[in-house]
Design a protein around this ligand. Structure first.
Ligand code: GLC
Length: 416
């Protein structure tokens, strides 16, 4: 597996000099065919994978990701380093730009976890001393700009900010009636056009109330990462910063349970709009809080029941991104361009299996880890996989599917 991942990470490596910012870059793109640029959460996953066989490159990956951080702390969800080479491809994306080379949105904030993975071995202290203040500035930006109601949950302002671009959990909220690409483009524009009119000023975007989602997947990752950042700050001797971030992480975790958990369904749901209405669609997001070590045991058992239910998530190749008994569940097909509407993905598998281990369910974690590795062994590093047949779909040589390696490594250590 390590050799196979090395191969993909060599083929997808992008190195060069960007005249537009006067900086060198060196990162792994998600897939040469469809995603040749640097994506935020992909890059964090890539650094985590790289830390298993080349920690220096894990650090370089994160160095490139942070190179264009803005002075206020914001980091774009895509950096279009070599934009000129791919203009034709860009015309097919729906993207909100901050500059021609940076997008103007976020992705799930797992930067602290990625930095923690790269901050081990020789040179870790210098690397961490350099990055910790910048990582702190990023989480301070999220806290200041994306949590205007101060409840500890940050909001996404457009669907692609969750990384789950076409997930059915937003269908009703976005007014999507038919599962066709044109419907999603139109829905995206219904959000993006008024935002452009508001000069993409976050305060005005919140006031428009077009798409405000306190997303369970995003906030589970936010809670976990504020706590990981607290540990990193401790390591660089910033005790006060560590206490502050730990308290913020606790607030986020508690708010997820208090505001997003639906007792009746036994699932977590996103909160939409200024009125915070629950989006009651059963997707893998609903299970993500299993990652939180302090989740009450009764909720853990309930989530485990959903995971073990063969009509919902216990597919042959778990974990499907939408419960199989949801009316919107869609098995992948060769021409499917819509993502996170049913297939299994390596990134959510990595999170859910770690969550299960944290709650003493190594047995279930191992099934997810082993089946994930089987998917890659059989079908290669594809973007997503059919939960029933295991067939791979979407982009080829898709880099974050290298997380299968990280899952195998955790399985071998029998810890985390
Ligand atoms: C798709 C996914 C997003 C990912 C990107 C690059 O847009 O929805 O999560 O970051 O592709 O892989």
């Amino acid at each position: 597996m390590t050799e196979a991942v090395r191969g993909v990470y060599a083929r997808n490596r992008q190195q060069g000099h960007a005249a537009w910012c006067g900086c060198d870059y060196d990162f792994v793109c998600p897939s040469m065919g469809t995603y040749p640029f640097q994506w935020f959460w992909d890059s964090c996953f890539h650094a985590i994978v790289l830390s298993h066989f080349d920690v220096e490159r894990a650090r370089t990956e994160l160095g490139s990701l942070l190179r264009n951080q803005l002075p206020d702390g914001f980091i774009a969800h895509v950096t279009f380093w070599q934009r000129e080479r791919f203009e034709a491809l860009l015309s097919t994306y729906s993207i909100a730009y901050r500059t021609p080379y940076l997008s103007d949105c976020i992705q799930p904030p797992l930067l602290a976890e990625a930095v923690a993975a790269a901050a081990q071995g020789d040179g870790a202290d210098g690397f961490l001393a350099d990055l910790a203040p910048r990582v702190r500035r990023y989480y301070d930006w999220l806290h200041r700009v994306r949590d205007p109601d101060g409840d500890g949950l940050i909001a996404t302002l457009q669907p692609d900010e969750s990384g789950l671009d076409h997930t059915p959990k937003y269908d009703a909220y976005l007014g999507i009636a038919r599962c066709e690409p044109a419907e999603f483009t139109a829905a995206w524009e219904r959000v993006a056009v008024p935002y452009a009119g508001a000069a993409r000023d976050p305060l005005r975007m919140f006031a428009l109330d077009r798409f405000i989602v306190e997303d369970v997947l995003v906030n589970t990752i936010y809670a976990e990462n504020q706590r990981v950042l607290a540990d990193l700050l401790e390591r660089v001797g910033d005790g006060a910063g560590a206490r502050e971030l730990r308290a913020r992480g606790d607030t986020t975790a508690a708010a997820l349970v208090a505001k997003c958990y639906d007792e009746r369904a036994g699932l977590f749901f996103d909160l939409a709009g200024a009125r915070e209405s629950m989006l009651r669609v059963n997707t893998v997001s609903s299970l993500m809080p299993i990652v939180l070590p302090d989740l009450p045991p009764s909720i853990v058992s309930t989530l485990v029941r959903h995971l073990m239910d063969t009509s919902e998530y216990a597919a042959t190749f778990p974990v499907p991104s939408v419960a199989m008994n949801e009316p919107t569940f869609l098995a992948p097909s060769a021409d499917s361009k819509l993502v996170f509407r049913g297939p299994s993905w390596m990134n959510t598998n990595w999170y859910i299996s770690r969550g299960l281990r944290r709650h003493g369910r190594a047995d279930l974690a191992r099934t997810i880890e082993d089946r994930s590795a089987t998917l890659v062994e059989r079908g290669g590093f594809r973007e997503f996989y059919d939960p029933t047949t295991g067939a791979g779909f979407g982009a080829h040589d898709f880099s974050w599917s290298g997380l299968a390696l990280a899952m195998l490594a955790i399985g071998e250590r029998r810890s985390d």
